[in-house]
Design a protein around this ligand. Sequence first.
Ligand code: MN
Length: 232
Amino acid sequence: MSLKKYNTKRNFKETPEPSGKPKKAGSKLIFTVQRHKASHLHYDLRLEMDGVLKSWAVPKGPSLNPQDKRLAMMVEDHPYSYRDFAGIIPEGNYGAGIVEVWDHGTLSDIDNSDTDTAERKLKAGLRAGNLKFTLHGKKLKGEFALVKLKARESSDSNQNSWLLIKHRDKYAVDEPYNSEEKTPKSSPINKWLAQHGKAAGAKVPAKKPIAKKAIPSAKKEAPIAIGVKKKE
Ligand code: MN
């Protein structure tokens, strides 16, 4: 597994994200879920395998309700050091926006095997397009599956589509699960959105509003300022 794709997409002189090196084997496997406000708000699920983080972008976020099948688009491997990355990715860079850690913890196979066995089983599941795993996080607990959707013939767009599904276990819930409601109002992204006067899911505001040229005949009436006050 390679971080080439990750590294070529990013300019490390501009983005605060870590440059990619795989970690050395050892200790328990980890997972992280980052909440990422880019052009759209989404969640990134990352599972450690072979010293890198296998990654899926989950538009609706994970769910603890087994009836939910959450679309998860597989993206490029991220370096192990990305697990606790949080911060602002500047405009003009890949994934520009803001990232926060939403949940994290350890990862295992569904039998909670020793690290080597668990990793071997996870990799086999990944190859088979049917990955079963256990998360020991603060919010996400218990067994989950990632199931790869079959790519439609003559279409590449579905090649990376998976479904994230909670298994029925003692951590599963029956009521609707909305990951946004599990996010504190005071989270860095929510604060940032509030500062920009936009609700979650809104677009990143343009850097500067387009100034309209003054119309000479409109001299008497001062134009009413519409829009959001920006703090710099
Ligand atoms: Mn992302």
